[in-house]
Design a binder for this molecule. Sequence first.
Ligand SMILES: Cc1cc2nc3c(=O)[nH]c(=O)nc-3n(C[C@H](O)[C@H](O)[C@H](O)COP(=O)(O)OP(=O)(O)OC[C@H]3O[C@@H](n4cnc5c(N)ncnc54)[C@H](O)[C@@H]3O)c2cc1C
Length: 537
Amino acid sequence: MADYDYIIIGAGSAGCVLAERLSASGRHKVLVLEAGGRGRSPWIALPLGYGKTFFDPSVNWQYQSEPEEALAGRKGYWPRGKGVGGSGAINALVYARGLPRDFDDWAVAGATGWGWDRVRTTYEAMETQVSADGTRQGNGPMQVQDVSDQIHRANRHFFAAAKELGLPVTDNINGAQSEGAAAYQINTSGGRRMHSARAFLAPALKRRNVTLMTDARVERIVFQDRRATEVLLRHRGRSVTLRAGREIILSAGSVDSPRILQLSGIGPTETLQRFGITTLLNAPHVGGNLQDHLGINYYFRATEPTLNNVLSPFLGKLHAALQYALTRRGPLSLSVNQCGGYFRSEPDLVQPDQQLYFNPVTYSTSPAGKRSVVRPDPFAGFIISFQPSRPTSRGRIDIRADDPKAAPLIRPNSLATEEDRMQVIAGGQLCQKLMNTTALKQLVERAMAPDLYAMSPDDILADFRERCGTVFHPIGTCRMGADPATSAVCPRLKLHGMAGLRVVDASVFPNITSANTNAPTMMLAHRAADLILEDAV
Ligand SMILES: Cc1cc2nc3c(=O)[nH]c(=O)nc-3n(C[C@H](O)[C@H](O)[C@H](O)COP(=O)(O)OP(=O)(O)OC[C@H]3O[C@@H](n4cnc5c(N)ncnc54)[C@H](O)[C@@H]3O)c2cc1C
């Protein structure tokens, strides 16, 4: 006897969407297993609470990547959300669908049925876009808020700089013209985080056919006759086995989904053998194809007040807190990332190759626990930063022991291709061009070290190696594709070579999208639910 029809592993960005979609008809019993807690911290709901959850082990797995020679021997800090909402509960709330070509490239890479025209309809079904004047478009649960009326006025210099360079400016980064300088849209509603836990899981939990188990860490999936049938987990200190009647759906994210598969005997044979795990399926792509965005900040002291002047002094903080308490508006209701957008570093490129951020605030990202990441500096300052949009280097995430509690081995293989190194230089030079406009020069009192103005192309790359960091968008470690020789799951997201198991989260992206990955992950889960239900009849 099955305990549930569908067992979803992980209540993150994808898992919460799945739980709602799969339970909506009332015909299926759905269980969601989440290793972390309920995600009720007030710092999760508060948009600017980001800085508090960034180093908080109660809601954050706090992984680390291996030291990389290409990054001056440095390890990377990899926050991942732990608890209901997953990484969507601790992320910076930037809502970016990605560019149409990103998804057409998915289809070219073997993800048949995932081209732009198809996924656009899923985005439209999933979202309600709310403009600054409150006009609503769409009827989906995921509220996407235009906050262009609330961003700090210092941002006007960024828009002026883009215009001065003849670069596009857009009022809707998720609209028909997505390219150019933009105020980021964020997934909030009433000034509170609108992650998939709030938009999808919370209403689903009112149904009798949905069960959520927190503090339920899945250790392995059990297969019988090449079919996934059960999950083994630790729940509040006890070992529990649960059986799925229809399917097990792995939504533990790009770090943990490949890990759970490898611990279950699905992965590269050599890796499994090394740790004494019996290979059920030699699947070299489980853990491979890791892609991520790397980004870097350049800091400047400003000639006019910025958010630092609001958020650093005690009275400014008090004012912002009162404004938030009374109106649910103001700086605390916004992302740490206010403006930016998709840009071409050269006009003749076929699509934008850089994502920029322009933030009217300065802070230092310092080692875990030493300093809050968004404690603003006590002087006026701002940041410009870039991330190359479509890196071509490929890394891996693997187990490092036959032990569900052992931290994963994360090897990003950053900057391994010449193209990626050139993209870094192109991004740095684009920032230099913007900073050399009259519009932005008038905002600069002086560059804070290292000085972007003084950098040669070689300096840009050397500095990037010294200071860049992940922008927290790992994807691809269980990539989808039609060919089992080059992918882990098929375009219907079923594991190649085994029945009863799908992977539905950011790990199945064949290629990274050009911007932030949360919206594409939720879109993917929304469409995946349609595929699962189609197969259920
Ligand atoms: C600090 C940070 C900032 C970010 N900023 C942005 C942003 O501004 N905009 C944007 O679009 N994207 C952003 N991202 C990326 C985005 O949030 C992720 O791409 C997205 O949330 C991935 O969703 P997922 O469903 O694949 O995984 P997750 O949301 O990470 O969900 C995985 C879930 O599985 C659970 N889990 C793991 N292992 C187990 C297990 N063994 N048993 C049971 N449960 C398990 C985890 O606890 C987690 O809840 C950010 C990410 C981070 C970490």
